[in-house]
Design a binder for this molecule. Structure first.
Ligand code: SF4
Length: 74
């Protein structure tokens, strides 16, 4: 947790409402932060293992994580 890049970021950036329009800018902002995070792989693994259905985790959206669960190994 102490290495999480999002630790000092407004959590709302990581939980956009919807997946179109202004939410896309929010998702991009969250993904840019995740791209610089040293624990992104662990974060994504946690999100997949615990079935996080909301928000950006490990640089992925809920839709992208659902696709990963359908197609393991992606
Ligand atoms: S990868 Fe996870 S811990 Fe790192 S910034 Fe993104 S949401 Fe936060």
């Amino acid at each position: 947790m102490s290495w999480a890049r999002c630790r000092k970021t407004d959590p709302e950036v990581f939980f956009p409402i919807g997946s179109v329009g202004p939410a896309l800018d929010q998702i991009d902002a969250a993904k840019r932060i995740c791209a610089q995070c040293r624990v992104d792989a662990e974060c994504l693994a946690y999100a997949l293992e615990t079935g996080q259905d909301h928000g950006v985790w490990g640089g992925t959206t809920p839709e992208e994580r659902r696709a990963m669960r359908v197609l393991p190994g992606r």
